[in-house]
Design a protein around this ligand. Structure first.
Ligand SMILES: *Cc1c(COP(=O)(O)O)cnc(C)c1O
Length: 396
């Protein structure tokens, strides 16, 4: 059985395991949508919620349950709901608690699809959304003067690696009656635990560093409030069906086993590459929280154990040069996913943030010269050589 006093690396390997009658060592993969009842009476009692047992895999499944238990242990949260994708996690976290007339305040440096939900979907249901510059506490304070239901933020943010002061924002949010949701994809639970700074709900795209090898999609919603589970999250989750598939949960249980060593190595490689890029010809600016030059370096180091696995950098010469640079790379692949063992680069202005309007994009610091690099687990010298030869081709 799982032990809550285990340290993180041990939880990642053993957390949440439930063995079947076959005493298997590796986690069982229960590919089953339904479950058998001994009697019709037992089935009736299950539907009346008089007994708690597996009923239907849209609600719960043994493999997905092991994944949820392990994720909850690592985060230090009481509850976890595993979802089909990261966006399903964010949508569930928002929709389960919002109703017409509510107000949401969010940092504007968010994942593109999160911005789409806030700007295009929530207003259709009579929900007001207000966006602020996440690094500016005065804007948070001003926006949170009015009663607010939910605050959503991402730190570090995608793709500009901006940092939000979670403790300060959570204090302001709680004073205005809001629950705070933190999208912790870029830091991972290995480097940052938002609940230690007051977050009420933590969400993940487990597609990224939890899978870790670019295979499966997934997401997770984590929280401690039992009323939130019973009255809001669970009814929404059971009836709208964002559940994670057992196969993906099984793959991601395997991903979790190595997450600690992977994320630390990704972060070490990213730190070395950030310093390297600062001196590379054609690079105008490097965004990496682990660099002294990052404007919020001190705050980042207060919230995170290391600089993290992601960075972005701005090239001189706009889109033409950025595209030429990407096209000149050999080892680093052009790919809009992230969190893979393989290094991946993308041009946010024409991909992940192409649906954001130009003025807002520039306000976010997403210029035509910006490239986002998901630093892989290759030998860092090989990544450096690939970046250097691309710079040589583009800038001479
Ligand atoms: C990828 C990502 C998401 C969305 O996750 P999916 O699994 O692609 O649905 C949300 N937030 C951040 C920060 C991400 O990187």
């Amino acid at each position: 059985m799982s032990n809550k006093t285990w340290r993180t690396a041990t939880q990642l390997v053993h957390g949440g395991i439930q063995r079947s009658a076959f005493d298997e060592n590796s986690e069982g993969l229960f590919l089953t949508s339904g479950y058998i009842y001994e009697t019709a009476e037992e089935q009736e009692a299950t539907f009346k919620e008089e007994i708690k047992r597996y009923q239907y895999s849209r609600f719960a499944n043994p493999t997905t349950g092991m994944f949820e238990e392990r994720m909850a242990m690592i985060e230090g949260a009481k509850f976890c709901l595993a979802t089909a994708t990261g966006m399903a996690a964010i949508n569930t976290a928002l929709m389960a608690q919002l109703k017409a007339g509510d107000r949401v305040v969010a940092s504007r440096a968010l994942f593109g699809s999160s911005l789409f939900i806030l700007n295009n979907i929530l207003p259709r249901y009579g929900i007001e959304t207000v966006l602020v510059d996440g690094g500016d506490l005065n804007q948070w304070e001003e926006a949170l003067k009015q009663p607010t239901r939910v605050v959503l933020l991402e730190t570090p943010s995608n793709p500009t690696l901006d940092i939000v002061d979670m403790q300060a924002v959570c204090d302001l949010a709680h004073a205005s009656g809001a629950r705070v949701i933190v999208d912790n994809v870029f830091a991972t639970p290995i480097l940052q635990k938002p609940m230690e700074f007051g977050a009420d709900i933590v969400v993940y795209s487990t597609t990224k560093y939890v899978d870790g090898q670019g295979r499966t999609l997934g997401g997770a919603v984590l929280f401690n409030d039992e009323d939130l589970l019973k009255n809001e999250m669970m009814p929404f989750f059971r009836n709208t069906g964002p559940a994670m598939s057992p196969f993906n949960a099984w793959t991601q249980l395997k991903g979790l086993e190595t997450m600690d060593i992977r994320v630390m190595k990704h972060s070490e490689n990213a730190t070395l590459l950030a310093r390297f890029l600062e001196n590379l010809k054609g690079v105008a600016k490097v965004n990496y929280p682990g660099l002294q030059a990052h404007p919020q370096h001190k705050l980042a180091m207060k919230q995170m154990r290391a600089g993290g696995p992601m960075l972005s950098f701005e090239l001189d010469g706009g889109k033409d040069k950025a595209f030429a640079f990407e096209n000149a790379l050999n080892l680093v692949k052009i790919c809009n996913n992230l969190g893979d063992t393989k290094s991946q680069i993308t041009h946010p202005a024409t991909t992940t943030h192409s649906k954001v309007d130009e003025a807002e994009r520039l306000h976010l610091g997403i210029s035509q010269g910006l490239l986002r690099l998901s630093v892989g687990l290759e030998d860092v010298e090989d990544i450096k050589e690939d970046l250097a030869q691309a710079a040589q081709i583009v800038y001479g």
